[in-house]
Write a protein that binds this ligand. Structure first.
Ligand code: HEM
Length: 445
């Protein structure tokens, strides 16, 4: 009888549910708790998730359950999350449930946003395989090691500049001020990825405005501005591709154009979305790795003392920061079931949507002992899935790791007295959907 009952309720198992109200300004401060609650309810729970409300009223009514929202299943445990990332039946392509005709029209995706919608992140094999192969070599360990001296010099230059600016204001050590995000954590990765791609120095100021992109809600004004910015960026890139075609350089864009001319390995649209993705993915997350790591160290003085005593622990700082406060709190890009399937006994119908909780998995006590402790000497911290796993495993992971190691090493070597300029409780998490980071980080150095 028991089995019968279970069979009958298969469509509506007694699943726990959680509210992932990303538009709540306090969400990121509370998410470790919310995830803990989710994990206690099971490896897979229902999530009321709504990242882009039009306005406050819509947000409230959705969260109160007055309005239906597309249901998403949230994978909260480490093992199931890691398995889900490896599961080929879960498509990254958000249009996987559409027919080819529907897809061709894609009514909900405006033309100017398509380069983003079609990025590597959202493709499945065989397109994904073909495109990833083209860019993979630029990010291999050897290529990354070769970048090390350049990243070190850049780090020192940015810090020299912050010192000069402070001196011009009449400040002296250790009471000099800087916004660590603006002066350091942001320009470092942006400059590195701009170098790699071959974005000319004189264009960088204009191009970096795209980093200000804030797709946090569907406020018509914000949406309008975002679209304008995206269109301008696309036009800029198409023009840059023309210039590189005529005068190639030793950079990734020139290499991709060369590959394009060498055979039909990627079309113009694919080239555009690849550069778009590399530019954006190349910095929005690394900014957060640096900022989150600095705050984690400054708010865990015993860990900071260990690090200062042994700068060789920079790798540990990077891995533990990724685990503890990973820049991608959850994968905003949901997976879509290509066929009926089950995760941890929960059935997911074809077309069902699954959200993978990276931040939740990384604090699963079944995988990490004492998961809420920040411990830079933790054994096995690197098993975190902050970079994802499987075919979409972060392409830039080796780069982000090197950038983070160098940033932490040099920052605390040059400024052992570095401290927050404001009480830690007043720092506010921010970031586009699914991302965890600080927009501003006032420090004294
Ligand atoms: C993919 C995180 C830095 C480029 C991913 C994914 C995650 C991630 C979780 C997988 C998404 C998914 O499975 O849907 C991070 C974090 C970073 C970081 C936490 C910094 C700490 C970078 C950098 C670059 C980069 C520096 C490069 C320039 C990419 C690309 C993909 C990706 C191109 C798509 C790979 C694919 O779909 O095959 N990243 N990333 N990321 N990341 Fe990163």
């Amino acid at each position: 009888a028991n089995d019968d009952a279970r069979g009958a309720t298969k469509e509506a198992p007694e699943l726990g549910s959680v509210v992932l109200d990303r538009s709540d300004p306090a969400f990121l401060a509370r998410s470790p708790e919310i995830y803990e609650e989710a994990r206690a309810k099971g490896p897979v729970v229902r999530a009321r998730h709504y990242p882009f409300p039009r306005d406050e009223e819509e947000r409230k009514s959705v969260m109160a359950g007055d309005r239906p929202v597309g249901e998403v299943l949230f994978v909260s445990h480490y093992e199931e999350a890691a398995d889900a990332l490896l599961d080929a039946r879960l498509a990254s392509d958000p249009f996987a449930r559409m027919t080819p005709e529907q897809r061709a029209h894609m009514p909900q995706v405006p033309e100017e946003l398509r380069p983003i919608a079609y990025s590597l992140l959202m493709l499945d094999p065989p397109d994904h395989t073909r495109l990833r192969k083209l860019v993979q070599p630029s990010f291999n360990a050897r290529a990354m090691e070769a970048l090390r001296p350049r990243i070190q010099r850049l780090t020192d230059d940015l810090l020299d500049k912050a010192e000069q600016e402070a001196a011009a204001r009449g400040e002296s050590a250790p009471e000099r001020r800087m916004d660590l995000v603006k002066a350091f954590a942001y320009p470092l990765p942006v400059t590195v990825i701009s170098d790699m791609l071959g974005i000319p120095e004189e264009d960088r100021e204009t191009v970096s405005q795209l980093g200000e992109l804030r797709i946090e809600n569907r406020d018509p004004v914000v949406m309008q501005e975002t679209r304008k910015m995206l269109v301008a960026f696309s036009h800029y890139l198409v023009d840059l591709f023309e210039r590189k075609r005529r005068a190639p350089g030793d950079d990734m864009i020139s290499q991709m154009i060369h590959a394009q001319e060498d055979g039909d390995k990627l079309n113009d649209k694919e080239l555009l979305s690849m550069v778009f993705l590399l530019y954006l993915a190349g910095h929005v997350t690394t900014v957060n790795l640096i900022g989150n790591g600095v705050v984690a160290l400054l708010t865990h003085p015993e860990q900071l003392a260990r690090f200062k005593a042994d700068p060789g622990l920079a790798k540990g700082v990077v891995e533990e920061t990724l685990r503890y406060w990973g820049p991608v709190d959850y994968l905003g890009a949901v997976r879509t079931a290509r066929e009926d399937l089950e995760i941890a006994g929960v059935s997911i119908p074809k077309g069902g949507q699954v959200m993978i909780g990276l931040g939740s998995a990384n604090r699963d006590p079944a995988q990490f002992e004492d998961p809420h402790a920040y411990d830079i000497t933790r054994e096995g911290a690197h098993r975190h899935i902050a970079f994802g796993k499987g075919i979409h495993l972060c392409l830039g992971a080796p780069l982000a790791r090197i950038e983070g190691q160098i940033a932490f090493e040099i920052l605390f070597r040059r400024y052992p007295d570095l401290r927050l300029a404001v009480p830690a409780e007043t720092l506010r998490w921010g970031g586009a959907a699914g991302l965890r980071g600080f927009r501003e980080l006032p420090v004294l150095f």
